[in-house]
Design a protein around this ligand. Structure first.
Ligand SMILES: Cc1cc2nc3c(=O)[nH]c(=O)nc-3n(C[C@H](O)[C@H](O)[C@H](O)COP(=O)(O)OP(=O)(O)OC[C@H]3O[C@@H](n4cnc5c(N)ncnc54)[C@H](O)[C@@H]3O)c2cc1C
Length: 478
């Protein structure tokens, strides 16, 4: 069955990038269609209630700097769902068999115990180390030069685990570290970079909300659900995996679903297309349309992750309010990080119980994501015990668990990543007029950057000439 009406925009993928694109296009007055392969929208931003626990498949909190997400939350009317974690909620790093509070600024680095006094002195020398930023710097080589080995391991390293579940020796400093590399490149040092611009930038993004973390009452999945609900009826089709795309002679696009699609039209036509899938699928869909773009996208390495939720009777050993712990490589625990959602936000666990979430897999230990549920839960229990109740062999026995596995969890911004993505976009602009990409592999790995990429894709297409709405047959009939 074919749906004949040409849509102004078809979006392939109903994660936060695709839905942000669809929402922005709807605001421009376009007729929008979202085709999502999964049974529900949201992609990695998905929440479920299981046995009274709130299970987040990916992101479980928001930061004040997630500008694009805050904008969407307001636009779809979810402001009254925003929860703020208590200001005392801290982030920890596990080091030398103890938890150390992760600092939020230089003053906290200098007064805290996350690095030694010698490492603090090395850090203070940063402004006098000559700038030598190179495009092929890894996070590790950049960190060694600017900050020293210890600060790289215990300050930068945990950020890289949080953002990418990545390997500091493979991620490119220019693409993975936000403004840090640019500050050295432009100003010669991080200290001068902060003085001449960085501070101003961060102040403007933080102005509206105080530092700390936030969440949505019913989970982060409320945002994609809210976006989908705010679109006109029939705009969003779930269980609708796109298998092929074709550019028709009159410039319109035809999208064909695969045989596993739910009942309904199997083909759609649209004037424009945004491909908002993970890069591997985008590469497959573009294979014939733009082989050069497809090749660049196929080269984006994404890590596998397991997200392991464990519920147990509330434990007095837990900090009253804690965001979570990162375990640097070498801790020998396999768990990369533990989140503590129920200590930050209400409604994450039944009364008298707590929920903690372990992340395993990533660039340095991909096989961990494929371990059995039982093994994963026991690894997460062990990490919890080591971090919070080292005097006991194990924490209180788990009464609940839930495991989510992601094959393409997070793209790795390896050296040269952004150059490759620019090449891909350039190839598309010549091979595929009327088609744009969106997703967390383009501008930044977080959900806010993914949403912003969706909005930017719409702006890009709005600036291009669109084919006429009537098709060739319609014109001949007139
Ligand atoms: C465990 C974990 C924790 C995270 N924590 C944070 C965090 O704390 N902060 C943060 O900012 N970010 C976090 N992220 C990252 C964030 O979740 C992602 O960057 C963001 O959700 C990606 O959105 P996206 O739309 O680009 O991709 P996705 O969410 O992957 O959406 C892509 C969509 O495309 C669909 N699709 C695929 N193929 C097809 C097809 N052929 N046809 C139709 N549809 C298709 C998929 O089903 C999916 O719904 C985390 C991610 C994970 C995995």
């Amino acid at each position: 069955m074919t749906s004949d009406a040409p849509w102004d925009l078809a979006v392939v993928g109903g994660g936060i990038a695709g839905l942000a694109a669809a929402w922005r296009a709807h605001q421009l007055g376009w007729r929008v269609l979202v085709l999502e392969a999964g049974r529900v929208v949201g992609g990695k931003m998905r929440s479920e209630i299981k046995d009274g626990y709130l299970v987040e498949h990916g992101q479980w909190h928001l930061r004040p700097t997630d500008t694009a997400l805050w904008q969407l939350i307001s636009e779809v009317g979810l402001d009254d769902q925003v929860l703020a974690a208590p200001p005392s909620a801290s982030r920890f790093v596990y080091r030398d068999r103890a938890l150390r509070t992760r600092p939020n600024n230089l003053a906290e680095v200098l007064t805290g115990d996350s690095i030694s006094s010698a490492a603090k002195l090395r850090l203070l020398a940063e402004p006098v180390i000559p700038g030598d930023a190179q495009p092929d710097d890894t996070v590790w080589s950049f960190g060694l030069r600017r900050l020293g080995e210890e600060a790289t391991s215990y300050l930068l390293g945990p950020e890289v685990v949080d953002g990418f579940a990545g390997d500091v020796r493979q991620l490119g400093a220019r693409d993975a570290l936000g403004p840090l590399w640019q500050w050295e490149h432009d100003a010669g040092s991080l200290a001068l970079g902060v003085l001449f611009g960085g501070q101003r930038r961060s102040e403007s993004t933080l102005r509206r909300r105080r530092p700390g973390i936030y969440a949505l009452r019913d989970g982060m999945g409320s945002l994609p659900k809210g976006l989908a609900a705010a679109l006109p009826d029939q705009s969003v089709h779930c269980s609708a995996p796109v298998q092929a795309m074709q550019r028709l002679p009159d410039g319109r696009w035809r999208l064909r679903l695969n045989a596993h699609a739910a009942e309904g039209p199997a083909e759609f036509t649209a004037l424009r297309v945004i491909v908002a899938t993970p890069p591997r699928t985008a590469s497959e869909l573009l294979h014939e349309l733009s082989p050069r773009a497809a090749a660049e996208l196929a080269d984006v390495h994404c890590v596998r992750l397991a997200v392991v939720h464990v519920g147990a009777p509330a434990d007095a050993a837990l900090p009253a309010h804690g965001i979570g712990v990162v375990f640097p490589p070498g801790a020998g625990l396999r768990t990369l990080a533990l989140g503590l959602p129920s200590t930050c936000f209400a409604g994450r666990a039944p009364a008298g119980h707590s929920l903690y979430t372990g992340i395993l897999g990533g660039a340095l230990d991909p096989e961990a994501a494929d371990l059995s549920d039982e093994t994963l839960v026991s690894l997460v229990e062990r990490a919890y015990g080591v971090a919070f109740s080292p005097e006991r062999a194990r924490p209180a026995a788990a009464t609940f668990h839930s495991v989510v596995r992601w094959r393409d969890a997070l793209p790795q911004f390896r050296v040269g990543h952004m150059d490759s993505m620019q090449l891909a976009q350039h190839s598309l602009s010549t091979d595929c007029l009327g088609l744009a990409l969106a997703g967390n592999y383009l501008h930044g790995v977080g959900a806010a950057a993914a949403a912003a990429s969706g909005m930017a894709a719409v702006e890009q297409l709005a600036g291009e000439p669109a084919p006429a709405k009537t098709n060739t047959a319609d014109r001949e009939r007139k």
